[in-house]
Design a binder for this molecule. Structure first.
Ligand SMILES: Cc1cc2nc3c(=O)[nH]c(=O)nc-3n(C[C@H](O)[C@H](O)[C@H](O)COP(=O)(O)OP(=O)(O)OC[C@H]3O[C@@H](n4cnc5c(N)ncnc54)[C@H](O)[C@@H]3O)c2cc1C
Length: 428
């Protein structure tokens, strides 16, 4: 079992396309830093437009959050529509809601257009209420989307039970726009599509320095070579080693882990998530769960599978799996992995232009598959001059580092471990 890396997704994704480090001086119209969804979507859209684009990735394609996540392709952000608009302001809030509401459709369309094999399952997701408070929150969320012309399905307890195969919930909100995919396979598929259209991707090519050129444009310094580019898209999000640390430093790191069983026997598959829809609950310390295409049960929550807390989270996940599905009591976890979710102060993503020709969007707060895809395209359109800064659904803002960032991250990590240590024992 791996406690780091991309875990199960690395085992079941199609192989990564062949790439190599940047090892000679080069030039590009646009350089993209980071091969996650944001960078790869930007590269794909630039390459589709015939632009000479080079992606520089510190590690492997999808080696950051994009290859480690749960694979829930959701519409909007974690914030319910009203709160999103209240925080982002009426103009940007309405634009952001509209843009991210349509974002899953864009993911499904790209997957179809580029024939990406990534276990795409656009059959909706289930946001599940284990208690009255959760149910009220889901009712409010459904009403708020309805006010924006989007009909979600609010399921009563019997229908929720039928779809989940679990009787632990009072109701659920089904979002038909959403679905699941194999996250690393999607990232590798985007990379393959970008390469096929002429983009160049260099892996193991960490950008150590980013300097403006007196002649205009930028110089990107990698360990073995340099690249000159007219414009640069910073798509390194909160990953460690991001070249402009001020952008990563406005996000507090929330670790999130996943544990997966081997494929479930057919007799169990009929009763565990019979609807095949990915699910998560309304609790603050949430549980997510889903099946992959082979029928592995994947359960996740906040926490890091490190030496100190890994055993606590694994024990909690076994208890929680049994609570949701007593029939899974005998199942063992054979894969485990975790990643970093970047959380901004107000749970909204950020759009920056730190200098002319340098663009960045980051901070999806755990909702990055569809938003990363869409913002990658929008960053490409900005570089192409097809849209203006004013057309972006986010305001341009200066990076504002979070005070005591490391300490806050540590508090989230330890808080999750403490809660998982005590949670579930009484309810066995
Ligand atoms: C465990 C987990 C579960 C999640 N679950 C979901 C989910 O179910 N649904 C959902 O929508 N979202 C989910 N998310 C969030 C989502 O995965 C992210 O928001 C999204 O992947 C961010 O994409 P990105 O391209 O902006 O960044 P990343 O995927 O993190 O990519 C950034 C890349 O930049 C590279 N990099 C960093 N520094 C440098 C440098 N100096 N030079 C070159 N390259 C550099 C990194 O190596 C990395 O590959 C989850 C995240 C995690 C961690």
């Amino acid at each position: 079992m791996t406690s780091d890396g991309v875990g199960l997704w690395g085992r079941t994704a199609p192989p990564a396309p062949d790439t190599a480090p940047l090892d000679r001086e080069g030039e590009a119209s646009v350089a993209v830093i980071g091969a996650g969804y944001t960078g790869l979507s930007a590269a794909l859209h630039l390459a589709r437009a015939g632009v000479d684009v080079v992606v520089l990735e510190a590690g492997a394609i999808g080696g950051g959050a994009s290859g480690r996540n749960v694979g829930l392709v959701n519409a909007g952000l974690w914030l319910p529509p009203q709160e999103l608009i209240a925080r982002a302001g009426p103009r940007h809030g309405a634009a952001l809601l509209d843009c991210l509401g349509r974002a899953p459709a864009e993911v499904w369309r790209i997957i179809a257009e580029e024939e990406i094999a990534c276990e795409a399952s656009p059959i909706g997701t289930l946001h599940c209420a284990p208690d009255r408070k959760g149910l009220t929150a889901l009712q409010a969320r459904a009403a708020q989307w309805q006010a924006h012309g989007v009909a979600l399905e609010l399921l009563a307890a019997p229908e929720t039970r039928a779809r989940l195969g679990s009787d632990r919930f009072l109701g659920a909100l089904c979002d038909p726009r959403a679905g699941t995919l194999q996250p690393l396979a999607y990232a590798r598929g985007l990379a393959r599509a970008a390469l096929a259209r002429g983009a160049r991707i260099h892996t193991d090519s960490a950008v150590r320095q980013l300097a403006p050129l007196s002649s205009g444009g930028w110089e990107l310094v990698c360990p073995q070579a340099r690249l000159r580019a007219g414009q640069v898209i910073l798509a390194s999000d909160c990953a460690p080693g991001a070249p402009r640390i001020e952008m990563a430093s406005e996000q507090v790191i929330l670790p999130y882990f996943n544990l997966a069983t081997d494929p479930l026997p057919d007799a169990l598959r009929a009763h565990v998530l019979p609807s095949q829809q990915g699910a998560w609950d309304t609790r603050k310390l949430l549980t997510s769960w889903r099946l992959d295409a082979a029928g592995r049960f994947i359960i996740g929550s906040v926490g890091q599978l490190g030496a100190a807390d890994g055993a606590i989270h694994r024990a909690w996940a076994r208890r929680q799996m049994r609570r949701l599905y007593p029939a899974l009591a005998g199942q063992r976890f054979t894969e485990g992995w975790w990643g970093r979710i970047g959380m901004t102060r107000d749970a909204l993503p950020r759009f920056h232009q730190p200098a002319p020709g340098l663009w960045a969007v980051s901070g999806y707060n755990g909702r990055g598959i569809a938003p990363g895809t869409v913002f990658g395209r929008l960053l490409a359109e900005l570089c192409l001059g097809q849209i203006s800064v004013e057309a972006m659904p986010l305001p341009l803002s200066p990076p504002r580092p979070v005070l005591l960032r490391a300490l806050r991250g540590l508090a989230l990590r330890s808080g999750a471990a403490a809660l998982h240590l005590i949670s579930g024992h009484a309810r066995q």
